[in-house]
Design a protein around this ligand. Structure first.
Ligand code: MN
Length: 249
């Protein structure tokens, strides 16, 4: 089995190393990852400047682009053949609830799904990365249960979040739905040396509706959260309703 590992934190990130090492027993692991931090780049594809790929080790390339660029190039150019599976992460930071819309980690997995290749996004749900390396053994046990190219549901990816605790204290795995998060104070305003205002997005405190059955609830309770995601954003229940508006041109 040929496995592509990628991420959005850059090819040198600790989380990517933990993931690619845990995946080794599953097959031939290749790494194609951005040459620098590309967090929160969502599903962007670089189209207005050229991108370059550089061999930076055995079966490892860095790419001067986004996570989506990495998967796109890996699929069509850099790997000896199309991968059987794509793993994205382990991201340094949570990707739960609405995060999945901004996340480069999740988007890389989505891009694989667009290509028809099964994929999993993995994130460490803490701001510190204290326990990240410790997750190697847990992932080595979990990945073989998830990486099943023949049995994997089509048009679907799995979004995995690891609780920011000692992996030995993890209580188990919960299969969840996406929760809802609330940002507060998530940008700051300042004044540049020329006296003009600038805005800086990020930071703030994160709160979420801790409903049972959600990814947030599971991680908060010390479980690994596994959320199946599909790419069809259609609100099927509303097709009839909006059709009933009698829209004309
Ligand atoms: Mn990231």
């Amino acid at each position: 089995m040929l496995i592509l590992c990628t991420n959005d934190d850059g090819y040198l990130a600790r989380g990517l190393k933990v993931l690619s090492e845990a995946a080794q027993p599953l097959g031939e692991v290749h790494v194609v990852a951005p040459d620098r931090e590309q967090s929160a780049t969502s599903h962007s594809l670089t189209m207005h400047v050229p991108i370059r790929a550089r061999s930076v080790g055995e079966r490892t390339h860095s790419v001067s682009g986004t996570p989506t660029d990495c998967v796109f190039l890996a699929m069509q150019e850099l790997l000896p053949r199309r991968p059987d599976f794509v793993l994205s992460g382990v991201n340094h930071g949570m990707n739960m609830g609405e995060d999945v819309l901004y996340s480069g980690t999740v988007s890389a997995a989505m891009e694989a799904t667009v290509f028809g290749v099964p994929s999993i996004a993995l994130s460490y749900a803490g701001r510190d990365a204290d326990h990240l390396e410790g997750y190697g053994e847990l992932l080595a046990r979990l990945l073989p249960q998830l990486v099943r190219p023949d049995a994997f549901p089509r048009e679907t990816l799995l979004n995995v979040n690891l609780p920011p605790i000692d992996p030995r204290d993890v209580k188990g795995v919960q299969v969840t739905r996406l929760g809802r998060r609330v940002f507060s104070d998530s940008f700051m305003k300042g004044t540049d040396p020329s006296g003009r205002p600038y805005y800086w997005i990020g930071g703030g405190t994160v709160e979420w509706a801790a409903e049972e059955g959600t990814d947030f609830h599971a991680v908060d309770a010390g479980y690994v959260s596994v959320t199946p995601l599909h790419l069809d954003l259609t609100n099927h229940a509303l097709i009839q309703g909006v059709a009933g508006w009698g829209l004309t041109v």
